[in-house]
Write a protein of this length. Structure first.
Length: 172
């Protein structure tokens, strides 16, 4: 057995030859993070997650499979309470092309897509996954009366995409 002791002087030539090519090529695609609908909506005029692939869970509250809308609305399971300015909405439009045709109001889904804005409204688009989920609490409409009417756009933002139930007399 031969032993060597380290030299006190540093070497002027490298001891290993670096490789020019990577040893492996990454093949994984970015994974979607699971976030609440409120986090996708954010508390401002646009989503703070624009361009990000996300997964959200929601109860289908409206389906627009025909007529050019090509999507559906989802709302956070169990939601439906009154909001105040600065709160985030619990509703979201999902632009899903032909995917809307197989859905009915009341379905509960995990939906993966890209968060963004379209005509001033937050939505998911480029849907890559839609998975049925069992045992979700229903989403209920928020009752809006004459006395609790939402007068300004800022006041309406927390209800974007949510079920609302007007009660009383309104003039439109």
């Amino acid at each position: 057995m031969t032993t060597t002791s380290p030299s006190a002087e540093p070497s002027t030539s490298p001891t290993a030859e670096p490789t020019a090519e990577p040893t492996s090529v990454p093949t994984a695609t970015p994974t979607a993070s699971t976030v609440s609908i409120a986090d996708i909506q954010g508390t401002g005029d646009s989503t703070p997650l624009a361009g990000q692939t996300v997964t959200a869970r929601g109860v289908v509250t409206a389906v627009y499979a025909t007529g050019g809308f090509s999507g559906y609305y989802i709302q956070t399971p169990g939601s439906g309470t009154a909001k105040k300015p600065g709160d985030a909405s619990d509703g979201l439009f999902v632009y899903d092309g032909d995917g809307a045709a197989s859905l009915v109001v009341g379905d509960c889904l995990d939906v993966t897509g890209t968060a963004g804005e379209y005509n001033g409204l937050t939505q998911l688009s480029k849907v890559s996954a839609r998975t049925a989920v069992a045992d979700c609490a229903p989403a209920t409409p928020v009752e809006i009366s004459e006395s609790s009417w939402i007068p300004t756009d800022t006041d309406k933002e927390p209800y974007e995409g949510m079920l609302v139930l007007p009660s009383g007399e309104f003039t439109i």
